[in-house]
Design a protein around this ligand. Structure first.
Ligand code: F6R
Length: 259
């Protein structure tokens, strides 16, 4: 895994946006896998800026989101549908027909999840998947114990995740306990993965992901097997890495072999 350590959150966002923008310049009809949560907000702000000020074009882009809460309608203020439209999609020129966000309200989830996987395949697969990481090392909502070969399905959220999400809901009992989520296997098929992490609360999960064993107890650790995964961290999220000096050394010297 390539590890990029930046000074702060804004630098993570700019670095990640640069990678997304370069992809879109090279492949205007790219398929993007998108995440929600606090971490990618800066990336989305930067993409909106690039769209407005530098004409970054989303008109041919297809998007697939990682996950959605089960039981929240698309127009619920805390749904990931709302999050995506408020924080990115309504502010760039993406075509709504090319936006895919899992539907947490369908009756036959098994059939629906199979269809969602099929849509990703029919779009040609995901070129670049944006990922955040949970304190328990989850990617998407693949909580500890999720199979590293898993596909899109319903997952019961871990207590830690429910607690982390509680700040967005008025009452604890309103916090969803289930999500429909891409599996680790689905994510691993993306041609490139960008894992973003900011802040000391993520430092332990980040260290386990990058330097720990590959284990379903830290589903992000599966990315060690991905041929093109980049972890973009800030100083605090990198705080528990043992080989930090090496990653910084590699980054400093990258330019010379790219020339
Ligand atoms: C969201 C998602 C989750 C979050 C993770 C980190 O679509 O898939 O895995 O990326 O829970 O959330 P934040 O960024 O809020 O710390």
């Amino acid at each position: 895994m390539e590890v990029v350590i930046t000074p702060d959150y804004d630098a993570i966002s700019r670095h990640a946006a640069g990678i997304v923008a370069r992809l879109l310049y090279k492949k205007p009809n790219a398929v993007l896998g998108l995440a929600t949560g606090a971490t990618p907000l800066g990336l989305y702000r930067e993409l909106i800026r690039l769209h407005r000020q530098e004409g970054l074009d989303f008109s041919k882009v297809t998007t697939f989101n990682l996950d959605e809460y089960v039981g929240l309608p698309a127009d619920h203020p805390q749904s990931y549908h709302r999050y995506m439209w408020d924080n990115l999609l309504s502010q760039v020129n993406v075509s709504p027909s090319r936006v895919h966000i899992p539907n947490g309200m369908v009756r036959d989830m098994e059939e629906y999840c199979e269809w969602y996987e099929g849509e990703i395949a029919r779009a040609g697969g995901i070129d670049l998947q944006v990922l955040g990481i949970g304190r328990d090392g989850h990617i998407a909502f693949n909580e500890p114990g999720s199979s590293l070969g898993s596909r899109t399905r319903i997952k019961t959220l871990a207590r830690e995740t429910v607690e982390d999400n509680a700040r967005f809901f008025d009452r604890d009992e309103d916090v969803p306990r289930h999500a429909v989520t891409m599996g680790v296997g689905t994510i691993m098929e993306a041609r490139q993965c960008l894992l973003l992490a900011s802040g000391s609360l993520k430092a332990e999960a980040v260290a386990a992901t990058i330097e720990g064993p590959i284990t379903c107890q830290v589903t992000a650790s599966a990315l060690q097997l991905h041929r093109d995964a980049i972890a973009i961290l800030d100083d605090q999220a990198a705080g528990r890495l043992k080989r930090r000096e090496y990653y910084e050394w590699v980054f400093r010297h990258k330019e010379s072999w790219l020339r």
